[in-house]
Design a binder for this molecule. Structure first.
Ligand SMILES: [Ca+2]
Ligand SMILES: [Ca+2]
Ligand SMILES: [Ca+2]
Ligand SMILES: [Ca+2]
Length: 445
């Protein structure tokens, strides 16, 4: 009788697909699951502790509904090689269902060993990552060339908190390539790169850190020191393509992407900062600085139909050596909303011409990227920066590093917001300028 009741309960749970599973990884070695779908995480040819990260993911894919995988601290090398395989057996870890990967406070490292990318999130899949470093992912073969660390397909989702993307390489999207729904928070993209070695004909290598073709929410995060891998000197076509973040539709008639950049820092990338082609881009309380060429390059849609496509507010576009923007001031205000939005730039290429804006701002930033609190490094304001207390009083209640906003930064007894990703606090932030900064782009390999 008791057994019968247990069976009934099990069948009920199966019927409603509501049995979220919880897997505990106990091996650092890489191995596929013996029998995906039997509810037991069991890596092939393992003795003793047998649940590998790959086997746990294969089990979670096979069980309908969201699951959680607990991964102990340490480094996980993806040693089961074989790209262009989509069931998680070899190469990248394929996600086809919702899974959350959690770990202790010390975090984990997943290393692609430059054999394949690290995660591939397929339609219907969702990957939630927290406190993870993704490194040495590789998407640079004939069939696998998008997203060095992570590729997100259409109808798939990817969420991060405290995730570092470092040393990943691809033809398109050095760290991340997305046709899906991506939310990045408190994360750090650095030293990722693109190469055009295997790019199919007529496709440019784009996005040294990120390519977004659908929806990107990017908050309290930094993109810095991403660039181009110069392994193939006769290939010079990367010059126009090499923006750290590239937003464009998936084909001419596709739905335009939407990209929201909030409380974030984009700086010191090898060529340029953000390229927005025929989509909607919203940049709010962010700092875009220290690129060899442009901060932002914006291209309006072909229809020139008066639809809003670019909004910049409370942001700093400074010290980008060629131009901060591609002369967007010539475009109609219903398509480009940047005036009187508390923006500052170090030239006149952005059209920050309103009463509340500042053009030709001088020496706004104090030194190079540094850990000023928060997950990723940021750029500090000089104590005398015009950006301080010059962005009204309607800002988020924390800056990128989690410090409170607004703060009275110019000692006039009024707390006002600062332009850019960092809110200067005269009590805790440096009150002397260190204007000797270096361009800290360093070779990847
Ligand atoms: Ca599942
Ligand atoms: Ca795959
Ligand atoms: Ca795979
Ligand atoms: Ca302030």
């Amino acid at each position: 009788m008791k057994k019968h009741k247990y069976l009934m309960t099990s069948m009920l749970l199966l019927a409603f697909n509501s049995q979220a599973a919880f897997f505990i990884v106990d091996r650092h070695e890489d191995a596929p699951d013996v029998t995906a779908g039997n509810g037991t995480c069991e890596g092939q040819n393992m003795v003793g502790d047998v649940c590998s990260l790959r086997a746990a993911i294969m089990e979670s894919n096979a069980l309908p509904g969201p699951d959680t995988i607990l991964v102990p601290a340490g480094k996980y090398d993806l040693t089961v090689f074989g790209d262009d395989e989509n069931n998680g057996f070899t190469g990248d870890l394929d996600i086809t269902d919702e899974v959350t990967i959690i770990n202790g406070t010390s975090g984990i490292v997943i290393d692609g060993l430059f054999a394949d990318r690290i995660f591939h999130v397929h339609a219907g899949g969702q990957l939630n990552l927290e406190n993870v470093t993704l490194q040495n992912g590789y998407a640079n073969t004939q069939n696998t060339f998008e997203g060095g660390a992570v590729k997100v397909e259409d109808s798939a989702a990817f969420l991060t908190n405290e995730v570092t993307f470092i040393n990943n390489l691809a033809n398109r999207g050095g760290a991340l390539f997305s046709d899906g729904n991506v939310t990045i928070e408190n994360s750090y993209f650095h030293h990722n790169a693109i190469t055009n070695e295997h790019t199919p004909q007529n496709l440019n290598s784009v996005g040294s850190a990120i390519v977004n073709r659908e929806l990107l929410l990017f908050a309290t995060s930094t993109v810095a020191n991403n660039g181009q891998l110069l392994s193939n000197p006769q290939n010079v076509v990367l010059s126009q393509a090499q923006y750290a973040m590239h937003f464009n539709p998936n084909g001419l008639n596709a739905t335009p992407p939407a990209s929201f950049i909030f409380n974030s820092t984009i700086a010191f990338n090898g060529y340029a900062g953000i390229r927005s082609d025929r989509g909607f881009t919203d940049i709010n309380q962010s700092t875009i600085a220290h690129h060899e060429t442009r901060g932002i390059r914006f291209t309006r849609n072909e229809n020139h139909d008066g639809v809003l496509q670019l909004k910049i507010r409370g942001s700093l576009l400074v010290n980008n050596e060629f131009k901060n923007c591609n002369d967007i001031w010539v475009l109609p205000e219903d398509e480009v909303d940047v005036i009187n939005n508390y923006n500052g730039s170090s030239d006149e290429s952005c059209g920050f011409t309103g009463m509340d804006d500042i053009e030709n701002i001088t020496n706004p930033l104090n030194g190079s990227l540094h850990n000023w609190g928060g997950f990723a490094p940021t750029l500090m304001l000089t104590p005398e920066s015009q950006a301080i207390d010059h962005a009204g009083n309607n800002c988020s209640n924390e800056d990128q590093r989690g410090s409170s906003r607004p703060v009275d930064g110019n000692n006039n007894m009024v707390s006002s917001c600062d332009m850019g990703a960092v809110e200067f606090n005269p009590l805790t932030d440096p009150n002397q300028s260190d204007l000797i900064f270096k361009n800290n782009f360093e070779a990847l390999f």
